[in-house]
Design a protein around this ligand. Structure first.
Ligand code: SF4
Length: 294
């Protein structure tokens, strides 16, 4: 039996930058607050908290004065920056450059076209920090849609732009874009599609499909709140039925999954863009120790 870690899995560069920024700042010994989960991975968050990072909610942030606060890769709405100014908070901004660019683009479109009754549609999760940050750029007037049904909120008699939260599934985005094009083909209004999902995520769809197909069993490690984790896990599961979602070694129960391990030749380990490489190595080590492979 062999244990293989998916070479294309683990932190994307936006998360690497945010985590490195947190580690660097914490080295100075200064109290550092993180607004929201720095990374949607419980194990990595715990590691950062052990280094001194204190995760706070937006409500706790509003009460702070004169502190140092790190903004995560997902980005924030303008109201967060205004509040920081009001309360003399020093912000360390680790917003991913890809998210930053998208925020600027959506804001530009809104300022240019809001007086023409434009609708800005964001394919994303309404409660996700990135979607909140994007919507904040456009006075919270975006139409956030999570599925095809939500397209009933769009009026095809008015012009529209479609954007995507960067971590959404590219295939679902295409389906939504197609449906919108159908709706708009019956009107003379403009519809502009912006393929704003992140390539760091969409490129992983193909690579995880290949990886899932190449192993007998796959343990997919991600935080329960990772939206990208849910998408990639499902993608892998569609290819390889013996794919299991875990957040760490505590979730691995070799008996429970009903597999004849004696017949298994390869066990794969993969993860989301928020899964730390050290966690995947820990899982590999645990499996190797369990089966006496080391
Ligand atoms: S998934 Fe893409 S956009 Fe999101 S933080 Fe990572 S690199 Fe940036």
């Amino acid at each position: 039996m062999k244990v293989i870690i998916d070479p294309d899995s683990g932190f994307c560069f936006g998360v690497i930058k945010a985590v490195e920024t947190a580690e660097q700042t914490l080295k100075s010994g200064e109290q550092l607050y993180g607004l929201g989960e720095m990374v949607h991975n419980e194990a990595e968050l715990e590691r950062l908290e052990n280094l001194g990072l204190k995760t706070i909610s937006i409500e706790q942030f509003s009460e702070l004065k004169g502190a140092t606060v790190l903004l995560r890769a997902h980005g924030e709405p303008p109201s967060t920056y205004r509040k920081a100014l009001e309360n003399s908070i020093r912000l360390i901004d680790a917003t991913c450059p890809i998210v930053k660019r998208l925020q600027e683009e959506i804001k530009k479109v809104w300022q240019r076209e809001k007086d023409q009754g434009v609708q800005l549609i964001i394919f994303g999760k309404a409660s996700h920090a990135e979607a909140i940050g994007l919507n904040g750029q456009i006075d919270n007037k975006g139409i956030i849609i999570e599925n095809l049904d939500d397209l009933r909120l769009v009026d095809p008699q008015r012009p529209a732009h479609l954007f995507s939260q960067t971590t959404m599934d590219a295939v679902k985005f295409e389906k939504i874009a197609l449906k919108l094009q159908e709706m708009y083909s019956e009107t003379s209004q403009d519809l502009i599609i912006h393929k704003s999902f992140c390539r760091q995520v969409s490129n992983r769809t193909k690579s995880i499909q290949e990886f899932a197909a190449s192993v007998d069993v796959l343990f997919f490690a991600a935080g329960r709140n990772s939206s990208n984790g849910k998408v990639l896990f499902q993608t892998a599961k569609n290819i390889n039925e013996r794919t299991f979602f875990i957040s760490g070694i505590q979730d691995i129960d070799f008996q429970k999954v009903g597999i004849d391990w004696g017949k298994i030749e390869t066990i794969g380990i993969s993860g989301a863009t928020s899964t730390p490489p050290w966690l995947m190595h820990e899982i590999a080590q645990f499996i190797e120790n369990t089966f006496g492979l080391t």
